[in-house]
Design a protein around this ligand. Structure first.
Ligand SMILES: [Fe+2]
Length: 382
């Protein structure tokens, strides 16, 4: 087996770990930071807490809070302008995947010429960005450790992806206490994003010695704790395990990439404004059914991780139990939507499938799909 593992940030994990932030900034000799966040984070009281921590340590803060639900190229360019005008020499990303992805983009655009669109693709950035500390407030994207930046393009409403080792933050601070105010619906959706990362990474053709242990542990933690985190947001143990799961899944797919759930979910989410975790969740069981024959053993492992009884079953029956486990989880945490609920119609599927086939995630999926296969899976999820 051959594999390459991208670099990893320094990872600071645990309850109250946000208090390490000022020391991490000061250790770099920096006294002014540019914080990329959104207004929801402020409402949850997290932004003020972070600013107070920094100001107590005499660190000046410039705040950019205009993050859109799904960041656009324009949104990134606005943030870049403000960062440059501020003169700050360090970026802090605070929030869910959108805020973290914008923070990764602007840290790089501060030192690399040109606009964000010129860097779409693989490893196009040439210079290290400004130092970046990523602080997730959801347990889902794993963006705090990954080399991916996802945003919506200026003309067509399609999602664009930047893959760059230089986008990986210098440091990630993961404090589960920051996630306790997330409402149940967001907890459910972001948790399903983390589960999709873990499953797609675990079964895909790039899965390796290092990634498989990370992704399996993530699946086990999600099977144990996602229901609890949705049921009672203040359950700090469940929040901690979900944040760990999101981190482990992020570290796993940073090496392996994902699969056709993400290939299909990105165009669907971009064109029809579906929250990323929800579009993944809708597609995940159908894609698992389609993929099963590509990696039966791994799907059996997933069934077992969810506590499914497989004694006496044939390998395919046992593998099918992984799909049942995911459907049961979705039912319990209240994800009942279909793509049609967001306005996707049968006549859109040809266009969505064409875009999905362009994704790099197609290449690593355990079963190589035709465009017709992709359309069929979309149809089931309508
Ligand atoms: Fe995702």
């Amino acid at each position: 087996m051959n594999f390459i593992y991208p670099r990893s940030p320094e990872i600071i994990f645990g309850r109250g770990s946000i208090r390490n932030l000022p020391d991490k900034v000061k250790a770099l000799g920096i006294d002014q930071v540019f914080v990329v966040s959104d207004k929801g984070i402020r409402k949850a009281g997290i932004t003020d807490k972070l600013i107070a921590l920094l100001q107590e340590a005499n660190i000046k803060v410039n705040l950019f809070e205009e993050i859109e639900k799904e960041p656009t190229a324009m949104n990134i360019e606005e943030a870049k302008k403000e960062l440059k005008a501020s003169g700050a020499k360090m970026v802090i990303g605070l929030g869910g995947g959108s805020a973290l992805d914008v923070s990764k983009a602007v840290a790089l655009l501060a030192t690399n010429e040109g606009d964000i669109l010129s860097y779409v693709g693989v490893e196009k950035f040439k210079k290290e960005g400004l130092p970046l500390i990523a602080i997730p407030t959801t347990a889902g994207t794993g963006s705090e450790v990954t080399r991916f930046i996802v945003f919506i393009g200026p003309e067509v409403k399609t999602k664009l992806v930047i893959v760059s080792q230089l986008a990986i933050p210098k440091c990630a601070i993961l404090d589960p206490e920051l996630t306790i105010t997330l409402p149940p619906k967001v907890t459910a959706a972001t948790g399903m994003d983390a589960l999709t990362h873990a499953i797609e990474s675990y079964v895909n053709v790039s899965s390796n010695y290092l990634s498989e242990s990370l992704s399996m542990k993530a699946i086990q933690l999600i099977a144990k704790s996602l229901r609890k985190a949705v049921a009672r947001g203040s359950n700090i143990e469940a929040r901690e395990e979900m944040l760990a799961a999101s981190l482990l899944a992020g570290l796993a797919f940073n090496s392996t990439r994902l699969g056709i759930v993400h290939a299909m979910s990105q165009p669907a989410g971009g064109h029809f404004d579906i929250p990323h975790g929800i579009s993944n969740a809708i597609l995940l069981p159908y894609v698992m059914e389609y993929n099963l024959i590509g990696n039966i053993e791994r799907y059996i492992d997933i069934a077992v991780a969810f506590g499914e009884k497989i004694d006496g079953l044939s390998p395919m029956e046992a593998a099918m139990r992984s799909v049942k486990a995911v459907r049961d989880l979705m039912r319990d945490i209240g994800i009942t939507e279909k793509l049609g609920d967001f306005g996707v119609r049968e006549e859109d599927l040809e266009m969505l499938a064409s875009e999905a086939m362009e994704s790099g995630n197609i290449l690593v999926n355990p079963r190589f799909p035709s465009k017709e296969d992709i359309i069929e899976i979309y149809k089931k999820a309508l």
